[in-house]
Design a protein around this ligand. Sequence first.
Ligand code: ADP
Ligand code: MG
Length: 240
Amino acid sequence: MIELQNVSKWYGQFQVLAECSTRVGKGEVVVVCGPSGSGKSTLIKTVNGLEPVQQGVVVVDGVRVTDPKTDLQKLRARIGMVFQNFELFPHLSVRQNLTLAQVKVLGRSPEEATEKGLKYLDRVGLLAHQDKYPAQLSGGQQQRVAIARALAMDPVAMLFDEPTSALDPEMINEVLDVMVGLAQDGMTMMVVTHEMGFARKVADRIVFMDHGRIVEDSPKDAFFTAPTSDRARDFLARIL
Ligand code: ADP
Ligand code: MG
């Protein structure tokens, strides 16, 4: 579903991604981890073309993201992305947040969009909050709305960039639980996170990055029991 082939990117002289290759099969969950500044956010944003690259090829569901002729707007409508900082529209109610892009981007009728949006709002356990505004919700609730909003677009894959790292500890699990449910339902997911409990539970593979390189891309069990790189061993020792 997602394929990166030898992706490299520079900011001026600074190489932020160095020959990164990996793939996420349909229904797979790949967790991306590594030290701060190692290029995780940049890598995941290359998948939907939010970060252009100078070298390499990115393909999502058969569409070449790195082809200049590709309509990125159209592509992004098919890939859900959830960021660290919720990014709901503050001036719109929860229900309006859920329906806006469905109507504007996918051309759905307001009725259809509302039905779909509320279905996913129910799924994340927040149906009763549809008339509230983001500021009236907790961080964990806002993030669950953001996930429901992405799902309402019927994405072929979901990207998560540290979705729980801005949350108070007591709210982390309510968001992870939603993500675990998604994974178990077969959603294709690429997830930047340091939540290794989540990784242990649902990841198929773990990608470990350091200084812009993918230094390890292993099945979950191999990564946790016998990381091949010293860097990954040190990292695990520090966070587990
Ligand atoms: P991570 O998500 O792993 O913390 P990032 O992908 O955000 O890492 O950043 C990787 C590196 O690229 C960092 O050293 C960061 O400072 C640098 N970087 C990110 N964005 C820019 C930019 N727009 N210009 C220059 N350097 C950047
Ligand atoms: Mg980051």
